[in-house]
Write a protein that binds this ligand. Sequence first.
Ligand code: SME
Length: 162
Amino acid sequence: MAEQLKVEMEASKRSKYEILLPQLEALLAGETDLVANLSNTAAALRTTFQWWWVGFYWVKNDELVLAPFQGPIACTRIKFGKGVCGTAWKENRSLWVPDVDKFPGHIACSSASVSEIVVPISDKSGKVLGLIDVDSERTDVLDNTDCMYLEKIGHLISKRLE
Ligand code: SME
């Protein structure tokens, strides 16, 4: 596997994801270690989209624990049902929050982050194993296209755990 990511910085968002997905699939196919795969996925996403923060929280016992990420330091533990992450876990669905100030209970790891997407990663039975979290310092960057593609990426990750 060539350990160099091909990114078309001028391409549309969809094109960027379409270019990224097969590369990510190939990258993950060669490795079964979860931390290695989460680390490379976070790095590939940040390199491609230059988001403020992108990373993972993983379910450990009864809470979410910070896992590989790219960006500023972040909150390490989040309870079930708390914040955007804990709510996405509880409701087992992706959450796109265009304005975090309008989300009751949002956990502000960084005051620079103004919008957020959280996508659960589940096993075959539908049990949430962890989640992808993306934070932007802009309100006009994240949307449903990101949700859709991040769900595909979450699926690639969970497939490596089967
Ligand atoms: N804002 C999240 C917490 C995690 S950080 O954004 C990295 C939340 O409300 O759950």
